[in-house]
Design a protein around this ligand. Structure first.
Ligand code: 5AD
Ligand code: SF4
Length: 481
């Protein structure tokens, strides 16, 4: 197209950094796709950039601190080249709003997660302005204090995709819902991402098909509580997550389907049966427990007891043989005593999670916990509990991973392993990395051309986080006849 040719002639350079969850990675992908239409191309050199964007996270203070210090560092870039436009996108933009301009006056645009479709226009008007004119685009609170809904974004925003921003060329995310209605007392997500809204199944399926046509082999369905997904059709029918899995499973070239993250109470039998019966759905479930103490769970408003969580886990293991489950825990939540912490240790020991993500409680302004309960566990205690719980989990992960030694696993090969170096006397094999169906990382020797393929790997060794081995076919493919 002639128009695109014109745009290419004066390509603007875009530098983007993303912190936080997979939803943010996907949001960044969509923002970059939109900006490509406006003649931007990606750069990894911040000093070359015409626009610098940070897609931010507010779940913990640490994530916010990182952004403020990055904004501090780039101040000199703006001083040298005032024409560079700087944007803060995502959860922090929604949460802090004007405060970002106060702390970092050189920022040009602040855009909340519900308004990202407006980034191109906001950047364009910032560029057109003759003087520095900061612009704020965030979702507004309604009278009842909840956030306005932003369904329009699904149609205009999720339709665009940008392969260069994906984890790998054959792995992609699809949003199935926005927002969250659970309002766990510690969590900022519902107040920055708004209420839960399911996306129409037709749009999700169409997107899966487009991705498959682009060569994507693995699709991860995303939602804050993805297993709560419900879509009411105008004729009264309801689609659930299990229906989405079944429909996407019909696309032959999609070799693996995952979904994150699950809320324990919504782990319904139809979903577990779908995971059991659909071979290309990963036998892996991330179901955050957050705590092993009933009193803490009640204070967190998680709406289940430890016994109910464990009953759910038993159902998961009975229904899906060989499934692996991972979890999240918060340590040092308000009022967590040594005894309540020990109960979390007990839950980890009994549950034998594949792995657990463990976080020190970080008080978030605007949450119920911050209003109602003092953040009374000292930082040093939080740190110790974090290390202790991690040590318990790591010992379990190591023991369980070692059980895989001698067995063969199916790995979707993602790329060269991080530590991969071509040694002297290189035998034609690279060190590759990928994941098994139950989400274990596998590092193995094999030729580069296996990247993007499903490969059988013989496990020869294991650490707490990695299975090590060799591709079953490695010798044969390395020295073609
Ligand atoms: N402090 C610490 N961890 C938190 N999480 C969410 N909010 C907080 C907070 N205020 C953790 C939960 C959640 C994960 C994404 O982040 O464990 O599952
Ligand atoms: Fe936050 Fe709870 Fe919603 Fe997860 S389920 S996003 S922890 S409020």
């Amino acid at each position: 197209m002639a128009e695109q040719g014109d745009v290419t002639a004066e390509k603007k350079k875009l530098y983007i950094e993303t912190v936080g969850c997979q939803m943010n990675l996907l949001d960044s992908e969509l923002v970059v796709a939109k900006l490509r239409h406006e003649g931007y191309e990606l750069t990894t050199d911040i000093n070359q950039a015409d626009a610098i964007l940070y897609n931010t996270c507010s779940v913990r203070q640490h994530a916010e601190d990182k952004i403020y210090s990055a904004l501090g560092r780039i101040k000199r870039i703006k001083e040298k080249r005032p024409e560079v436009k700087i944007g803060v996108l995502g959860c922090m933009a929604q949460k802090d709003q004007d405060q970002i301009f106060r702390r970092a006056p050189h920022v040009d645009i602040v855009v909340g997660p519900g308004q990202l479709a407006r980034v191109p226009d906001l950047l364009a008007s910032a560029r057109a302005a003759t003087s520095h004119s900061p612009q704020l685009a965030v979702s507004r609170a309604r009278n009842d204090g909840s956030l306005e809904t932003i369904t329009a974004s699904f149609a205009t925003y999720d339709a665009d995709r940008e392969p260069a921003m994906r984890p790998t060329p054959f792995q992609a995310f699809i949003r199935v819902m926005m927002g969250c209605d659970k309002f766990c007392t510690y969590c900022i997500v519902p107040s920055v991402r708004g209420p839960e809204q399911g996306r129409p199944p037709d749009a999700i399926l169409a997107e899966a098909q487009v991705l498959a046509d682009q060569g994507v082999k693995e699709i991860t369905l995303l939602g804050q509580t993805v297993n709560s997904y419900r879509f009411r059709h105008p004729d009264g029918r309801t689609s659930r997550l299990s229906d989405l899995l079944e429909a996407i499973h019909e696309i032959p070239s999609i070799e693996r389907i995952k979904f994150i993250t699950n809320f324990p109470n919504d782990m319904t039998d139809d979903l577990l049966q779908a995971v059991r019966d659909l071979p290309r759905v990963s036998r892996y479930l991330h179901v955050p427990a957050q705590s092993g103490c009933d009193e803490i769970l009640r204070k967190m408003k998680r709406m289940y007891t430890v016994a109910a969580y464990e009953e759910m886990l038993s159902r998961v293991h009975e229904t899906i043989p060989g499934v692996s489950v991972s979890s999240d825990f918060i340590v040092g939540f308000c009022g967590e005593t040594e005894e309540s912490f020990e109960r979390s240790v007990g839950l980890v020991e009994r549950s034998r999670f594949k792995n657990s993500f463990i976080f020190k409680y970080s008080a978030r302004e605007g949450t119920k916990a911050d209003r109602l309960h003092p953040d009374d566990v000292p930082e040093a205690v939080k740190k110790r509990r974090n290390n202790d719980l991690l040590a318990v989990q790591t010992a379990i992960s190591l023991e369980d991973n070692r059980r895989w030694i001698g067995r063969t696993v199916e790995v979707l090969v993602e790329g060269p392993s991080k530590s991969s170096v071509r040694r002297e006397g290189w035998d034609g094999l690279d060190q590759l990395t990928g994941r098994t169906s139950c989400d274990r990382i596998a590092v193995f020797d094999g030729p580069e051309r296996l990247i993007g393929r499903m490969v059988r790997v013989v496990v020869e060794d294991a650490s707490a986080v990695t299975l090590f081995g060799r591709a079953e076919t490695a010798e044969r493919v390395a020295t073609p006849a």
